[in-house]
Design a protein around this ligand. Sequence first.
Ligand code: TLP
Length: 341
Amino acid sequence: MIDLRSDTVTKPTPAMRRAMAEAEVGDDVYQEDPTVNRLEALAAQVMGKEAGLFVPTGTMGNTIGLTVHTQHGQEVICEARSHVLDWELSMMAWFAGCLARAIPTATGQMRWEEIQREIRPVGPHAAPTGLISVENTHNVSGGTVYPLEQLAEIKRGAESYGLAVHMDGARFFHAVTALNVAPAEIAQYADTVMFCLSKGLGAPAGSMLVGTQAQMDKGRLLRKRLGGGMRQAGVLAAAGLVALEQMRGRLGEDHANAAYLAGALAELPGIAVEPYAGTNIVFFDVSGTGRTGAQMAQELLAAGVVMNAMGPNRLRAVTHFDVDRAGCEEAVGILRKLLHN
Ligand code: TLP
């Protein structure tokens, strides 16, 4: 099976498995797990923030991130197709007690003028704005990356209203790789950043939230309340350390494979590839083949290629280290054969 459904499907590397087996552990609810403590310190240092918090999933990291900054009854401004709104089971209503104020965009990046228009006036009718949440890279827009200047403008504007910015950086290091900048250069434009260790970086589980010490102290309590106090979590954090130390540098390979896929798929009859954004996600429309996305995914599956249908006619391919260039070429070959049958 050539599995291009997501970079979440990556299996831990041999180095991760060794690190997990040998991890020094303690009870992390008492903050006594040395491996978790090391990972949290490293994440903070890499991102140029005061403190970090190890969480089981990106969803929990975003949930805590949003809740740290807001109060019940507030609004969170986010992009209309963002993961925090569309893919996290309405967590911002369920846990943070907030409503989303969604801004539709063409490619996933909001502009400050658009955000500013949606900040609620203080008064007897409107729910106050509590937070701005940005997604970088933007998943369902095809892994698109925020230009630094656009983020800087959002952060400056947010500060002028006394608002915080949270970044859903599930694929933060893909943005870092695409822009070829230091992580802190992007992270400086958000108060809190969530990034996933378990996507392109290959750890079996785990994400990080980073921000100020006070935010992470509050976040630690929220994590416990959500059931995320993981005790001897060092076995997972050990893999996370390998992910953060050794796997960031190779994401360019995944980007090159995605660029190859975007180019090769565009040459197939009936396939319309969406503009390639320079990271590890490729979306394409299959209406021209006379099939729905679900039908195409089904046929591909039977032929040994797994991709997710996202929307009635859209398929998504995500590159990662468990599928190399030869695997990508084989996937294209299989699709070509299906379309010529
Ligand atoms: N994304 C998954 C699915 O949920 C769609 C994927 O396969 O891409 N933020 C963003 C931008 C994400 O893409 C994801 C996962 C998350 C948050 C949530 O991370 P997890 O799955 O660890 O809760």
